[in-house]
Design a protein around this ligand. Structure first.
Ligand code: SF4
Length: 231
């Protein structure tokens, strides 16, 4: 089993709703979002990888103290051995939350069918027709839509978007609302211009709280729950 893992947060109360969890950070992504706040997981900065066996050993020791495991990145589904890795985690009795950009619906389907994931958080980048402008990569729109359709059928999931001035506005909020209407949870996430993939985003002013609230008012009618995160 080969997993490219470059980070482990041993405990988090915020990454997995309702659970005391740890977060595993996989290396590598097929997108290049300028605002990405995990550049060290996109471009190799020489930090060593963490062996998957060491993660499993860590989890064995944490049984009873943690109840969930978040797997984030980067883009975790780029790891072909992800289903096998998660099987090992599930066998230890943990709930698993997967963060994904939704580019691999086939793997997502396998994970859902095999009951390997309990919660999925999918990043929405923009209205579908504007995706490539945000992610700076070729996008298979069909795959994104397939992932959304799969995720909407499971019990626990969320869609979320990181909003950056100049890349998002009320019109986008409405278009995304129309696109995903009827979904369970949608989070509008504040951008942090502290450490970004595109250095020109560092120091960039985020939206004000009032602006985020306006987006939330636009989006709320489309979802069972729509909230702002990160302010
Ligand atoms: S924000 Fe997410 S999808 Fe975009 S480059 Fe970073 S890890 Fe990849």
């Amino acid at each position: 089993m080969i997993m490219k893992i470059k980070g482990l947060q041993k405990q988090t109360l915020i990454d997995y709703p309702g659970k005391i969890a740890c977060t595993i950070f996989t290396f590598g992504c097929n997108f290049r979002c300028s605002y990405c706040h995990n550049p060290e997981l996109i471009v190799d900065d020489g930090r060593p990888e963490i062996k998957d066996d060491d993660i499993i050993e860590f989890l064995k020791e944490r049984k009873g103290f943690l109840d969930g495991v978040c797997i984030t990145g980067g883009e975790p589904t780029l790891n072909k051995d992800l289903p096998e890795f998660i099987s090992k985690i599930k066998r230890l009795g943990f709930s698993v939350k997967l963060d994904t950009n939704g580019t691999d619906p086939e793997m997502l389907k396998e994970l859902i069918d095999k009951k390997l994931i309990d919660y999925v958080a999918m990043d929405i980048k923009a209205p579908l027709n504007f995706y490539e402008l945000i992610v700076n990569a070729k996008v298979n729109k069909n795959d994104i839509q397939k992932s959304i359709d799969l995720i909407r059928k499971i019990k626990d999931y969320e869609f979320r978007i990181t909003v950056v001035p100049g890349l998002f506005d009320e019109n986008h909020a409405r278009m995304i609302g129309e696109w995903l209407k009827g979904s369970k949870r949608f989070y509008i996430q504040q951008f942090r211009g502290i450490k970004n993939l595109d250095k020109s985003f560092e120091g960039k002013k985020p939206f004000t709280e009032e602006e985020l609230e306006r987006f939330c008012i636009v989006m709320k009618p489309y979802f069972e729950k729509c909230e702002i995160r990160g302010i």
